[in-house]
Design a protein around this ligand. Structure first.
Ligand SMILES: O=C(O)CCC(=O)C(=O)O
Length: 709
């Protein structure tokens, strides 16, 4: 299979403004004037809605402590005062393990336009700070790649920005924000982030719960190319003011730690736009309403806004966190499988936080979790067998879904139906590319045939229901070892695992995801061989049916792509799906594959979709995502794709809709296409079907005429 999704996961939303800080003067008139009354309004009109109660004066001179952590040099870094509550070397492991930051890409996690987590990879402006109780950073997003391939702002940030909306909404409801700090630089295994003066122990580290106190707009310090735009900034405050800031060096944990009421930041009403703005800068007050004509204008015309610093009162002011919902645990508890669980519900696919070393660890194995830091902690949670009654219930629910149709078929697709040896069989013929059709080439390039078993076919002894139970047992007792494998960025901090678990048997199958063969067919467990036998029969039957239909209807088909003969399979890939798992759009287009690929679905229902590839010229087809064919796969269904060009011109994806599903897919790997002689030999040996199983070959249901092939 070739996963076609983008493989790069830039750490967006956390770009670092670097380079020369060029001097730039505040623009426009430096006088803020009231439209009603001409007066010298610096620093504006004192606010009547908020009483001044701070200890520090506005003109706080130069005694403001520098924010802790402005050094970059690893030689001057201290160890953190304690261990982070959660850390991880792999981004996806942390995303999998906590609810509040599941942002595999981008810096901000939001659901329903409400932010719940934020990644800080380093300074986004020279003014950014992380102190014991306060964080100031940019809202992020909206940057574009500059000519030097680094990200740069090219226009004023808008209030429609997704990050702005999510953070603003969070501020309004007092939503707790889980803060994560990421590595900015690494030297010999030492991680640093220029917002901090401590060394980080890992790439991703959870800080604490914060809440948003302020969002405002600023004119951005001058960028590398000399430009400067308007951007939004956010200030967050620690929810629990007495919690221990592990990210500060020992002895400095109380630096900048203050109580509610100790400081108060003054606010003034702009005499031009009549809105309140806090006096956030040491250098003086300015209106922070970006639509105001006096926005970011200081009374002192000489102010260089590249060197502005935040006012002490602004940084030191503390507020009470007010929220209706109780604060959730920063470190989630280990999952518990209760009696009503099967152990493959979505929550059991989440990661865990190792209770011993606090390392976020993904669910890689079907059987449970192992600490990814290698400390030795293991949590076994082998999924229980799902009864047929549950599968039937799920099938009903799937079909009762609003707007759900069994099939959705583009008008260009050809269809044919048959009844064959205990199965209702439907074949779909996929059209050639628009360009090839225009050139008068063959009309169809492949067929997709579904074998849907009759009730008796499923329920009889040794039928498909029994096979489902046997497969469940094989995965439960470890005869088949299912694992999630790296799909993208293998071995890097951006590594992503497949959503499903898998195990390959028979010949090796090398595709984007690396799944080593665990068993040749000579040692494969019985249910695997039974599935192979069934798929060999339905694969051969589908090819024969297609050939007959093409002949009978004089269909114009590409016979190079879909030859009339069937080649026995020599490989089987078993996929195990937990609830809400999927295999995203991909093709099975490896050059060593034969033209027929057959999959048996067991357990929960799923939705299979085919779409024409854009590069093949398919556009404006039905449904979303250019989907041309979609259908529900039920327990016991087999799907046979016949035609190598299906994989050149189309992609397919499958979404599981219940608590447990297995997909057993057989292919023919052409040994002559394997250049490495050792691998070729191994493919031949491992893919050979033992005589015993050749004699047991499945031949359809004997209750009806067997379809001879
Ligand atoms: O889960 C399925 O039915 C799809 C399997 C598949 O697409 C594959 O193995 O290539």
């Amino acid at each position: 299979m070739m996963e076609s999704t983008n493989t790069s996961f830039p750490d967006a939303g956390s770009s670092h403004v670097g380079g020369r800080a060029q001097k730039r003067r505040a623009s426009g008139s430096q006088k803020v004037e009231s439209p009603q009354k001409k007066q010298k309004p610096q620093p504006g009109r004192p606010c009547t809605r908020s009483q001044k109660k701070g200890k520090a004066s506005v003109a706080d001179g130069d005694n403001t402590p520098e924010p802790v952590g402005t050094t970059l040099s690893t030689t001057t870094l201290s160890p953190p005062s304690s261990q982070p509550p959660i850390s991880s070397k792999i981004r996806a492991a942390l995303c999998d393990s906590v609810e509040y930051w599941r942002a595999h890409q981008g810096g901000i996690q939001s659901n329903d336009k409400i932010a719940s987590g934020m990644l800080l990879n380093g300074k986004t402006t020279p003014r950014d700070v992380i102190q014991a109780q306060v964080i100031v950073t940019t809202v992020g997003s909206g940057l574009k790649l500059g000519t030097d391939r680094k990200r740069i702002r090219t226009e004023d940030q808008k209030t429609t920005s997704k990050n702005y909306v999510a953070l603003k909404n969070s501020m309004e409801i007092g939503k707790p924000i889980g803060i994560v700090v990421g590595k900015q630089a690494e030297t010999k295994g030492h991680y640093t982030n220029n917002l901090l003066s401590v060394e980080l122990i890992n790439h991703y580290n959870v800080l604490d719960w914060f809440f948003i106190t302020d969002i405002w707009s600023e004119r951005q310090p001058t960028q590398r190319d000399g430009s400067s735009y308007m951007q939004y900034m956010v200030r967050l405050q620690s929810i629990q003011l007495d919690s221990h800031p592990w990210w500060l060096p020992q002895g400095q944990e109380r630096a900048n730690a203050h109580a509610i009421g100790d400081f108060h930041c003054r606010q003034f009403i702009c005499q031009s736009c009549d809105t309140l703005s806090k006096e956030i800068f040491k250098e003086g007050w300015c209106c922070l309403k970006d639509t105001c004509s006096k926005f970011f204008q200081f009374s002192n015309a000489d102010i260089d806004f590249n060197t502005l610093r935040y006012n002490e009162n602004f940084l030191n002011e503390r507020k009470q966190w007010i929220s209706k919902a109780p604060l959730q645990k920063l470190v989630p508890e280990l999952p518990i499988m209760e009696s009503e669980h099967y152990g493959s519900e979505s929550k059991f696919k989440r990661g865990i936080v190792c209770p011993t070393c606090k390392f976020a660890s993904r669910r890689i194995s079907w059987e449970g979790w192992k600490c990814e830091n290698g400390c030795g902690f293991e949590l076994s949670m082998i999924p229980r067998d799902v009864p047929m009654a549950q599968i039937h219930e799920e099938a009903l629910k799937t079909m009762n879904k609003k707007h759900r149709k069994f099939y959705e078929i583009d008008a260009r697709i050809g269809c044919a139906s048959h009844n064959v040896a205990g199965y209702e069989v439907t074949s779909f013929y996929l059209p050639n590319t628009p360009e090839n059709l225009k050139l008068g080439k063959a009309k169809f390039i492949g067929s997709v045939t579904i074998f849907r078993p009759m009730k008796s076919t499923r329920e009889r002894k040794d039928g498909l229901d029994d096979l489902f139970q046997e497969i469940q047992k094989a995965t439960r007792v470890g005869d088949v070892k299912l694992q999630r494998h790296p799909a993208f960025c293998r071995g890097s901090h951006m590594e992503e695992l497949t959503s499903h678990f898998s195990c390959n048997m028979g010949a090796d199958y090398k595709f984007g995801v690396v799944v080593e063969t665990s068993n040749g067919f000579d040692t494969a467990p019985d249910p695997v061989m039974k599935a192979l036998s069934r798929l060999t029969w339905s694969g051969a039957a589908a090819v024969a049916l297609t050939a007959d239909h093409v002949r009978a209807c004089k269909l114009s088909v590409d016979s190079d792509s879909m030859p009339g003969n069937f080649i026995d399979f020599n490989e089987q890939l078993m996929l195990g799906y937990f609830q809400d798992s999927q295999i995203s759009f991909h093709d099975d287009g490896e050059k060593e594959l034969g033209p027929t690929v057959a999959t048996l679905s067991l357990g929960s229902p799923s939705l299979m979709r085919f779409r024409g590839k854009k590069k093949a010229g398919f556009e404006n087809t039905i449904g979303s995502d250019n989907v041309m064919l979609s259908f529900v796969l039920e327990h016991g269904d087999s799907v046979i794709m016949h035609g190598t060009k299906i994989h050149q011109h189309y992609e397919h994806a499958v979404y599981a809709e219940g608590v447990r599903r297995y997909a057993l897919t057989c292919r023919y790997i052409r040994p002559e296409m394997i250049p490495d002689l050792e691998r070729r030999e191994k493919a031949i040996v491992n893919g050979k079907v033992p005589t015993y199983w050749q004699k047991q070959a499945y031949r359809g249901e004997s209750t009806e005429a067997v379809y001879t092939v």
